[in-house]
Design a protein around this ligand. Structure first.
Ligand code: PLP
Length: 475
């Protein structure tokens, strides 16, 4: 099956749709890639994309009925979002954090009600925060989310920027733990703050020594500083434990660093792990958290998010300018509220499907990608694959961290030779080069086909293969 497609990039956007800085002239790379083996960006003269065999929704998937087995490749290709349009039709897109699922019924009903009523005005009220507070109490056993200590924000990244503005100024420092979600770099730099790295430690978990050292550097010269944490961590899917979070809170307090926890993936914690809200741990009272239904219910196109302040940070959050609350879409708020309030059954089905895909992916990696390191994620639908053993990368930064459309090393090879689009590790900061991020929020059929293609492409690079290093498989 192939279909005519506009392959022209629609401007440089981040993997999650955020704008990214323009690439320096002469750089190769952008996500919307050219034809196989080419270094040309999409949009250049390109032969017709090869016909792609349809991938059936496999009946052999143990009777699965979860949201990940409900849409065929043909249906997905009719979508107009970034995931399905940034690459030619023969590419299987396992990069940007969109899932291949239908909408939850609670969201669909809300959209119908909005359409019937023409309820598309400006947002009002605290229903989103109330639904989130009830969800937090029910799922995570945390009843400390105070609705009066929240603010609606346009989306999580804009919420982070606005919260950072409350507690830091231009030239101040923001600590991040790479490899980490690339827009953390781009947005911080764009806000005229300096990124200070505290790389993840053994097992790709938070490293208190690295944080201690980074907090010291961040505060040098009396600068103000914040720690921007991904909880759970994108791209590794690590879910931080209460002890780890308590240690972060204590360290941050000791150094006078304010913690901003990005908890967008919190509802996506899989069987075997338990999510702990940062603000629920002792010592975190002067921190902030940002949350949204956009990842777990696949609502990135319906913009909205909530900023939550700890009890000691409530006065800071009240200083957030009123106009920030005019940014989120009313339709976004209504649908996100419905997701948190009435979409938990759908979420449970999704989590079961993601758990099954996580296991499937482990088997497929063993079968097709021997030597590639994979620590099954505890949460998210993202897998971090250590392909350093392929010998395809060097440590020379290209456009550098944060430029999410940049492709290098194994991600470039898998796109060109396997026609599978992954996120390139080097844009996730220190420790990312030679790795790729794979989005397994898709059907088992697409996963099988993608991994088989990647295996064939990797086999062609066999002679250069070295054992993957740097992963502690114990987590
Ligand atoms: C850790 C993290 N934060 C933020 C975002 C983007 O959220 P939003 O679209 O609400 O800005 C993503 C998207 O994948 C993410 O993974």
């Amino acid at each position: 099956m192939s279909e005519p497609e506009d392959h022209a990039p629609s401007g440089r956007r981040g993997p999650e749709g955020h704008p990214v800085p323009a690439a320096p002239p002469g750089r190769q790379g952008a996500g919307p890639a050219g034809p196989a083996g080419s270094t040309e960006p999409a949009g250049s003269a390109e032969p017709a994309a090869p016909a792609v065999p349809e991938i059936p929704l496999a009946a052999a998937d143990g009777g699965r009925t979860d949201p990940l087995v409900q849409l065929s490749l043909e249906q997905l290709r009719r979508r107009s979002s970034m995931k399905w349009h940034a690459h030619p039709a023969d590419v299987l897109p396992l990069w940007v954090a969109e899932m291949d699922v239908p909408l939850a019924p609670a969201v669909v009903e809300t959209l119908h009600r909005i359409a019937d009523l023409g309820d598309t005005g400006y947002p009002y009220g605290t229903a989103y925060a109330e639904a989130l507070a009830a969800f937090a109490a029910d799922r995570w056993g945390w009843d400390g989310l105070r609705v009066e200590h929240t603010a609606i924000v346009p989306d999580v990244m804009m919420g982070i920027v606005e919260v950072l503005r409350l507690v830091t100024g231009p030239g101040d420092a923001v600590v991040v733990c790479p490899p980490v979600y690339p827009p953390f770099y781009a947005f911080v730099a764009h806000s005229d703050r300096e990124v200070v790295e505290a790389p993840l430690g053994p097992g790709l978990r938070l490293d208190p020594d690295a944080l201690d050292e980074a907090f010291t550097r961040a505060r040098r010269g009396g600068r103000r500083a914040a720690f921007l944490m991904s909880n759970p961590h994108n791209p590794t899917g690590v879910v931080h434990t209460p002890a780890e979070l308590e240690a972060v809170a204590a360290l941050a307090r000791r150094h006078g660093v304010r913690v901003v926890a990005d908890e967008i993936h919190a509802p996506l914690v899989l069987a075997g792990a338990r999510f702990t809200p940062f603000l629920s741990v002792p010592g975190a009272e002067n921190g902030f958290a940002l949350t949204s239904a956009s990842k777990a219910w696949n609502l990135a196109g319906l913009k909205a998010a909530v900023a939550v302040a700890g009890t000691e940070a409530a006065a800071d959050l009240r200083r957030m300018p009123e106009e920030v609350g005019h940014g989120p879409s009313h339709v976004g708020i209504l649908t996100h509220t419905a997701a948190f309030r009435d979409g938990t059954g759908w979420l449970d089905d999704l989590l079961a499907g993601l758990d099954a895909n996580r296991t499937l992916l482990g088997g497929l990696i063993e079968e097709h990608l021997p030597g590639v390191g994979y620590v099954p994620p505890q949460g998210t639908y993202l897998a971090w694959l250590d392909c350093t053993g392929l010998g395809l990368h060097d440590d020379t930064p290209m456009d550098g961290p944060g430029v999410v459309s940049d492709l290098a090393g194994p991600a470039r090879m898998f796109l060109d030779e396997a026609r599978v689009a992954l996120s390139s590790g080097h844009v996730f900061g220190t420790g990312g080069a030679g790795c790729v991020r794979l989005n397994f929020g898709t059907s088992p059929g697409i996963l099988r086909e993608a991994l088989a293609r990647m295996g064939r492409a990797m086999a062609a690079h066999g002679p250069r293969r070295r054992p993957a290093a740097g992963l502690d498989a114990g987590t």
